[in-house]
Design a protein around this ligand. Structure first.
Ligand SMILES: Cc1cc2nc3c(=O)[nH]c(=O)nc-3n(C[C@H](O)[C@H](O)[C@H](O)COP(=O)(O)OP(=O)(O)OC[C@H]3O[C@@H](n4cnc5c(N)ncnc54)[C@H](O)[C@@H]3O)c2cc1C
Length: 512
């Protein structure tokens, strides 16, 4: 079957499903191919929607589709996110920010191309690595990424892509409203018919709709894994030995009248896990991600109420089974979104991972030639497994803490830190992390690299100033250039942030 004549069914109308519909229909249209896409979703099963944070990839994708950012913000009640504020992770009372802009992009020097020289310089000088970041100031001063011109139009303060906070159920609705040429079935998939020899799915059966013949299926059914798990028997690779938390208790908090909206995700370490806090325009979506081996749901709730100084009403208490599928592509079915992997949302990797996986499929595998299925499946499965394993390794590193104030933190230190992370940290104490420590992702698609690692390593006190100084001392010309560049960017960005609109003022202006 040639890819040009395919009928693709996307089962599941959450964010993953609608992202799949958009990426596939856009890629097919750009390639001039005739792809038929049917979205199958069930109005009987709600989507997840807890208050999600994205990465910069989401904004790049909106631009790629030609969607208007201001319309997106006002229709989805989304807010701006510059990064993550990590509170009490290193030890109680220590906070560090992870801004997601990369100043190296605007100040590359030929002699240090691809290196992390601004980070190296900051560590060597005893300055926080966030200092030459525009987003560090916008984040801290709770500003918008735009100033307003006298004519009322918005002018961006820098070239960097910010991220968003949103309620994904509103985002799924927005993406749905934007997808064109996608057929729609409201039905609950109850089973499939598979080809007797190849095992490929030929027909989807429903509890409440007519059979649907298909050539290819995207399983976006969330935690249910209706097709990839129940019909095709994919196995779950658990991260229970690498990540200590296994429950999430989401709750909402009201926004105080007139209060500013934080343009960062707060990740606040607690005695048995950590709490997230994510603003949408109408409320804060929060939750305690904790280990039920170290606390009970009642104790967890009491701890958060004490930390916040107010009562909370938990909306749920979700069992987290962190891990990924052994293979996300089996026969003619690919799983994306929660059906394929789940990690605690410490670095907002879920929707990011979904977008990258979809782009990778569209770039390399959508128009595959007949007879090459196995090669494509193997390459895709390996890349996705590596992507999610890399996310897990990064999250695991956040737990390298000096905290010793609870059984949770003592267990984490003793049992959970990956030997591979210990080795990397030992290496990075001898020489600082650099670009080639991080293998690029296929097609150079965005992945977790040194720019995300540096603030975390620095914030946790895991980088050696002495090592950084020795490295900089060996390159006096680069050191002088780094000093000049860092000072000038710091001045420029501090001053730009003073011109920025307030975060709330900016969002309120969109609704006006
Ligand atoms: C506690 C928590 C916090 C999170 N925080 C973040 C974050 O900060 N950042 C981030 O990027 N991600 C986060 N996520 C993950 C994020 O919410 C998901 O990646 C995203 O919403 C995509 O979900 P989904 O579309 O895969 O699944 P869902 O939203 O669950 O959608 C599943 C869809 O499948 C349909 N369906 C199910 N079974 C059937 C069936 N048999 N037949 C037909 N249709 C069916 C449902 O109707 C629904 O439309 C978080 C998740 C949780 C649980």
């Amino acid at each position: 079957m040639s890819a040009r004549e395919q009928h693709i069914a996307i089962v599941g109308g959450g964010t993953a499903g609608w992202l799949a519909a958009l990426v596939l229909s856009d890629s097919a249209a750009r390639a001039g191919s005739t792809l038929r896409i049917t979205m199958v979703e069930s109005s009987k099963i709600p989507t997840i929607g807890v208050g999600e944070g994205s990465t910069a990839v989401f904004r790049q994708m909106l631009q790629h589709f030609g969607f208007d950012e201001l319309e997106f913000l006002s229709e989805t009640e989304a807010t701006i996110k510059y990064g993550i504020r990590h509170k009490d992770w290193r030890r109680l009372g220590v906070t560090y920010d992870g801004p997601i802009d990369d100043p190296h992009l605007v100040s590359q020097t030929p002699e240090a191309k691809g290196s992390s020289w601004l980070n190296q310089y900051c560590v060597a000088s005893g300055k926080p690595v966030q200092e030459p970041h525009l987003f560090a100031y916008l984040l801290d001063r709770q500003k918008a990424p735009y100033a307003k011109k006298p004519d009322g139009s918005y002018v961006p303060l820098g070239p960097f892509h910010h991220a968003y906070h949103f309620d994904q159920s509103l985002v799924a609705k927005y993406l749905k409203s934007k997808s064109k040429g996608v057929d729609h079935v409201d039905g609950l998939v109850s089973g499939v018919t598979r080809h007797a020899e190849s095992g490929d799915i030929e027909v989807l059966h429903f509890e409440d709709a007519d059979d649907l013949p298909v050539d290819f299926v995207f399983d976006c059914t969330g935690f249910r894994k209706q097709i990839i798990g129940k019909e095709l028997g994919a196995e779950w690779v658990s991260y229970a030995d690498q990540l200590p938390v296994n429950r999430a208790m989401p709750f909402w908090l009201d926004i105080e009248e007139g209060a500013e909206l934080t343009p960062f995700t707060l990740a606040w370490a607690q005695t048995a896990g950590w709490m997230w806090s994510i603003p949408t325009q109408s409320r804060y979506g929060c939750g305690y991600v904790y280990s039920d081996r170290h606390t009970t749901p009642e104790e967890a709730q009491a701890e958060i109420e004490k930390a916040l100084g107010q009562p909370i009403e938990p909306r749920n208490d979700i069992k987290i089974n962190a891990g990924r599928l052994d293979r996300v592509w089996i026969n003619n079915c690919i799983a994306v979104g929660l059906s394929s992997s789940f990690l605690e949302p410490l670095e907002a990797t879920s929707i990011h991972g979904t977008i990258v996986q979809l782009l990778m499929f569209a770039m390399f595998h959508l128009n595959r030639k007949p007879g090459e299925e196995d090669r494509h499946r193997n390459a895709y499965n390996q890349a996705v497994a590596r992507q999610v394993d890399d996310f897990m390794r990064f999250i695991n590193l956040h737990y390298v803490s000096e905290r010793d104030d609870s059984a949770f933190w003592r267990d984490v230190r003793e049992k959970y830190i990956l030997p591979e992370n210990r080795e990397r940290l030992a290496r990075w104490r001898e020489r600082l992390p650099r670009h080639d420590d991080f293998k690029p992702f296929p097609g150079n698609l965005p992945h977790i690299e040194e720019q995300l690692y540096y603030p975390v390593l620095d914030g946790l006190g895991l980088l050696s100033r002495q090592t950084a100084k020795a490295e900089m001392d060996a390159m006096p010309k680069l050191r002088a250039h780094a000093r000049k560049t860092a000072d000038s960017l710091t001045r420029e960005y501090k001053s730009a942030s003073l011109k920025a609109l307030g975060h709330r003022e900016f969002l309120a202006g969109l609704a006006a």
